[in-house]
Design a protein around this ligand. Structure first.
Ligand code: HEM
Ligand code: 2DC
Length: 468
């Protein structure tokens, strides 16, 4: 017998009181840990209302399957009001990230062909490979300059540059030059704006931005400044390509996502601009932080690092210069990236407004409800992943066990649009790093994570990089 919706355990009767309790627990920075505690307290399903944010939360892979079966033809995530408020405030179009319904679908279908289709890998991989080579050359130089035959540092700033250079090369078909000695201060400003944009978004998940705007609150002002910086820089990059496209130089070189979309002429220029800006902004902190966590895990597991190096060396030799061939020969490295996203997912949760009534854990959930899969909590649930605290890339090699477990990029037609770019960029990065350096860590201290819309290391991760 299916139990009624109102019997789902949890705290959902007083949104204001729950918001206060949430704030007292430093919830804005600890959303992921609070979700873990809630699953421990209430079991595999709970309902919650914090401020105006009302949702049903689930954690099991089978329940995730039920959720995604009910997502409908126009899958809809939680609306991040801070982001839509900014666009409305500045009169800027929504891109694929923020659109919904038919408008989303028609844009997404066209973007899919240019951004996430496997056919594009042949175009993207050589560009990303070149960025990977330049990154390694840059690290060699840093090591040389240190005079100690090693470099001990917090790599995050370098990784932000690597990530922006990578996504920029794919979007614009040309290099931004972020791995050179002198870098454009505006590009650095763009990177800082993205971090600020994420950070200022999280409080506004629970307190309506419209209210904060009326109050003239600092978070809202900072948020506007951050997006202004992001759009300003993206507009400059887009203008630059747009201008060049008018000059009649034809070549068979891949021109990049933006130029391809402009030539295809199926989306309005304003729609293209909005989505390309989102791709550029979405492509920095996500991959760089995932790579930082991966290097951290490899430094903590030296034997595994050697195993991965051996896989890469063999793949390089066997593929004989065929880049895509090499990317097909690194299953353990791909497992390592999945393992990183299991323990350190970028997104704490995946969410959908369901479009039909469903039953989960024997509770009725009506159509229209916001249902969240606690991705961070699932990755650490021992009934889903045996010995979850252990970083074990090989667990992903046995694909029969992976049913609705590898969800770091989301699921279905609304999954991450940047997924192929992100995966290829991260694989090539690790290939080049493993071929050139050994990564070590000083002491064995656990780095905790903090929530700033995405999950980030709470304290700097200091690594030592040594040439092989
Ligand atoms: C959406 C994760 C990198 C652009 C998403 C979603 C997740 C995600 C979980 C929501 C999917 C869903 O609701 O099912 C990640 C992770 C990344 C990454 C883990 C890297 C490790 C990137 C990159 C880009 C990007 C590099 C841009 C090049 C986007 C966009 C969306 C999105 C535009 C919205 C798609 C839509 O609404 O149709 N990402 N992402 N992401 N991501 Fe990523
Ligand atoms: C944050 O409770 C926690 O990929 C909220 O590249 C629910 C929520 C909704 C949407 C999620 C967000 C969380 C985390 C960051 C995500 C976002 C959708 C896309 C975005 C997962 C889980 C991200 C990082 C995009 C961002 C692109 C943007 C900067 C232009």
């Amino acid at each position: 017998l299916v139990r009624p919706f109102h019997e789902i355990p949890g705290l959902w009767k007083n949104g204001a009181a729950n918001l206060y309790a949430f704030w007292k627990q430093d919830g804005f920075k600890n959303l992921h840990h609070i979700m873990v505690n809630n699953f421990n307290k209430f079991g595999p399903i709970y309902r919650e209302k914090i401020g105006y944010y009302d949702s049903v939360n689930i954690i099991k892979p089978v329940d995730a399957a039920t959720l995604f079966r009910a997502e409908g033809y126009y899958p809809k995530r939680l609306r991040v009001e801070a982001w839509t408020s900014y666009r409305d405030y500045r009169n800027r179009k929504y891109g694929v990230l923020l659109k919904d319904g038919e408008d989303w679908r028609s844009n997404r279908v066209i973007l899919n062909k240019e951004v996430i289709s496997p056919k594009m890998l042949g175009n993207f991989a050589p560009l990303l490979d070149e960025v990977g080579q330049d990154f390694v050359a840059r690290i060699h130089k840093k090591i040389e300059r240190s005079g100690q035959n090693k470099w001990t540092t917090d790599l995050s700033q370098e990784l932000f540059k690597y990530a922006l250079e990578s996504v920029g090369s794919v979007l614009y078909g040309e290099r931004l030059g972020l791995l050179l000695d002198y870098i454009d201060p505006e590009a650095q400003h763009f990177i800082d704006c993205i971090t600020l944009m994420f950070k200022t978004t999280s409080p506004m998940l629970y307190i309506p931005p419209a209210l904060l705007r009326t109050l003239g609150a600092k978070v809202w002002r900072d948020h506007v400044q951050a997006w202004d910086g992001i759009f300003g820089q993206a507009d400059r990059c887009i203008q630059n390509i747009y201008r060049k496209l008018k000059e009649p130089v034809q070549s068979d070189k891949y021109p990049g996502v933006l130029a391809s979309l402009l030539m295809l002429d199926k989306l309005s220029i304003e729609d293209i601009k909005a989505s390309v800006t989102e791709l550029m902004a979405g492509g920095v902190d996500t991959t760089s932080i995932t790579l930082l966590w991966t290097l951290y895990e490899l430094a903590r597991h030296p034997a595994l690092q050697e195993e991965l190096r051996a896989e890469v060396v063999t793949a390089r030799a066997q593929s004989q210069g065929d880049l895509l061939g090499m990317l097909k020969r690194i299953p353990l490295l791909k497992g390592a990236l999945k393992e990183t996203l299991r323990l350190h997912p970028v997104a704490v949760s995946l969410q959908r407004y369901i479009t039909e009534d469903i039953a989960i854990q024997n509770y009725h959930i009506p159509s229209g409800t916001l249902v969240q899969l606690g991705l961070f909590a699932m990755g650490r649930d021992p009934s889903v992943f045996p010995r979850p605290e252990q970083y074990q890339p090989s667990r992903w090699l046995r694909t029969e066990n992976n049913y609705f477990r590898s969800l770091g990029f989301g699921f279905g037609p609304r999954q991450c649009l940047g997924r192929r770019i992100a995966e290829t960029e991260m694989q090539l990065f690790l290939i080049h790093m493993l071929e050139n350096f050994r990564v070590e860590k000083q002491r064995h201290v656990e780095v905790r994570s903090t929530f700033q819309l995405i999950v980030l290391p709470e304290t700097p991760i200091i690594l030592t990089i040594k040439p092989l």
